[in-house]
Write a protein that binds this ligand. Structure first.
Ligand SMILES: N[C@H](CCC[C@H](N)C(=O)O)C(=O)O
Length: 293
């Protein structure tokens, strides 16, 4: 019997970014990429990200969280998913402790302190952005403020120039454009995600700075495609905009699914992301899901 069979899961979202939460704390089980893909591919089970809770690894933290994309690939950060896990660990009757208003999660990307502001609104400290070319990572050095030239085919695809490159524990390329909805992101997203300049692939954002405190964003996510929202992408876009003096250090980022408030805190260089979560349903993983995994 597969170790994940019959396990309870929560189906949540962060501004429409579809998140499944699974609690494997107290076990030695680890979901494989094939198992994550199998869950995402099953009827009615699609997720953009699967957030799997494991026992804490670092003193002072409450859980280690593995993050899987729709294609099964693991990621070091997921802002919307982290808010959903924070809700689950504070408010879910089986996973949570309602007395908690703060907790610290850990992912492959680092430590993530989270605070509950109200029933469904959380602030996560997403840590410091990583900005060196080999931290993103990129395949070669690039000029750290003007970005790097990036051209893609086919010919009818718009030529996109000088994205900002930022890691929030996962790789992001942010293209500043006049109107993110003018581009055929379905076409250019996968070309850019898989561009050889990104040895680990990348999340691709199209950002329009409408005001010093307002950015409009669309994201093609690595391993998931176009999503309704991307929390780490919103953080990356704010950081890239500040570095180019396009925006203030605190701004509202409007994604297709709604708004996040992002602040690149002056005092310690950490990026704070504030936004809502929603619980859609709960369920149990059927053994048949894993027949082919
Ligand atoms: N697709 C991303 C992970 C999820 C990011 C996004 N859903 C968020 O809220 O940050 C990656 O492979 O790096």
């Amino acid at each position: 019997m597969n170790a994940l069979a019959h396990r309870r899961f929560l189906r949540m979202n962060g501004l429409g970014n579809e998140i499944t939460v699974l609690d494997l704390r107290g076990t030695k089980s680890v979901a494989s990429e094939a198992e994550a893909r199998a869950i995402a591919a099953a009827p009615g089970m699609h997720f953009d990200q699967l957030m799997v809770l494991h026992d804490p690894r670092t003193p002072g933290t409450d859980a280690f969280v593995r993050i899987y994309n729709t294609d099964g690939s693991e990621a070091g950060a997921c802002g919307n998913g982290t808010r959903c896990v924070a809700w689950a660990m504070m408010a879910d009757p089986e996973m949570g402790d309602p007395a908690r208003k703060t907790l610290t999660l850990e992912t492959k990307g680092g430590l993530l302190p989270a605070r509950r502001l109200s029933d469904l609104v959380f602030t996560v400290d997403m840590g410091k952005p990583r900005l060196a070319w080999d931290e993103i990572p990129l395949a070669e050095p690039f000029h750290d403020t003007s970005g790097f030239e990036l051209q893609i085919g086919p010919i009818d695809a718009p030529v996109l120039h000088t994205p900002g490159a930022v890691s929030m524990g996962n790789p992001h390329a942010v293209f500043f454009v006049d109107d993110p909805y003018r581009f055929n992101l379905e076409q250019i997203g996968p070309l850019l995600e898989n561009h050889p300049i990104f040895p680990d692939r990348a999340n691709i954002s199209l950002a329009a700075v409408k005001a010093p405190d307002h950015i409009v964003l669309r994201v093609w996510e690595r391993g998931a495609g176009i999503t309704r929202a991307c929390g780490s992408g919103a953080c990356a876009a704010l950081v890239a905009a500040v570095r180019r003096e396009f925006s203030d250090r605190k701004a509202t980022v409007s994604l297709p699914g709604g708004d996040l408030v992002i602040e690149w805190r002056e005092s310690d260089g950490h990026v704070l992301m504030t936004g809502p979560v929603e619980l859609e349903r709960e369920g149990v993983l059927e053994p048949a899901l894993f027949a082919a995994a």
